[in-house]
Design a protein around this ligand. Sequence first.
Ligand SMILES: Nc1nc2c(ncn2[C@@H]2O[C@H](COP(=O)(O)OP(=O)(O)O)[C@@H](O)[C@H]2O)c(=O)[nH]1
Ligand SMILES: [Mg+2]
Length: 259
Amino acid sequence: MTSSSPAPREISVVCPTYQEGASIARFLERVRGAAARFTDCRLAELIFVDDGSTDGTIETLREAERTWTSPRAVLIVRAHKAGTVSAQILGFRRASSPLVVTMDADGQHPAETIARLAGAWEPSVDLVVASRYVAGGHVEWEFAHRALISAGARRISRIALPGARRLRDPLSGFFLARRELVSELPPTDPGYKILLYVLAMHPRAEIREVGYEMGMRIAGESKLVRGLGFIPSFLREVSRYRRLARSSPRRPVSPAGTR
Ligand SMILES: Nc1nc2c(ncn2[C@@H]2O[C@H](COP(=O)(O)OP(=O)(O)O)[C@@H](O)[C@H]2O)c(=O)[nH]1
Ligand SMILES: [Mg+2]
């Protein structure tokens, strides 16, 4: 770096975890390897919010917390499984960087994409979403019924939430946001789609989408979509965000001092 180069943009990463014992060590290796190659951004910390995993996830993450320095690893353990949304809000509250990426810890979200999300951010932008459905994006579903469920869920999100019509992949679990956009969300019942909550509460947020290829889980199986029980709980979640958005005072998209 020359003396005139700007300092690399600093990023915190927040990952919700639950029973990822079979994949978490590989995930940690992948993120650390990718972060070592970042040039225009610096991964300051990885914050894991675990909901009482009993399969070794916590032990592996504790070891990273003890030994990692750059990036730091931070582990927050909650007593009970309470969904990813509240876990992610908690993680954003603990983040030290004003720009935070949230991603899954099962290997489906490639760590290299973190740098591309950071590269697409600029001061007028609130959210940079890693998208499966714009140029450069791709997803291959392990089971055909998941493609159908996902397409249906996308359509429902668009009907229910105006903010969700503004991007191609409103169900993405992988995005960069200004910290306050998520950390200041009011607490809500257990849910799994934090981007929908953000879009409901900030329908006019300034958004960019960056294509990425969603991978397969390193190991284990989805904790979210098991059978058709997912559908009614998804519908309840979307209508809750719609209600919350309607009943909450219009908040400024960009709180002063965060840009
Ligand atoms: N803290 C927390 N993490 C969860 C919970 N459910 C799933 N996760 C984590 O959230 C991420 C996404 O879950 P996953 O089962 O892969 O969902 P899918 O990708 O939609 O099939 C993974 O890192 C999981 O370990 C939960 O209730 N609490
Ligand atoms: Mg997954």
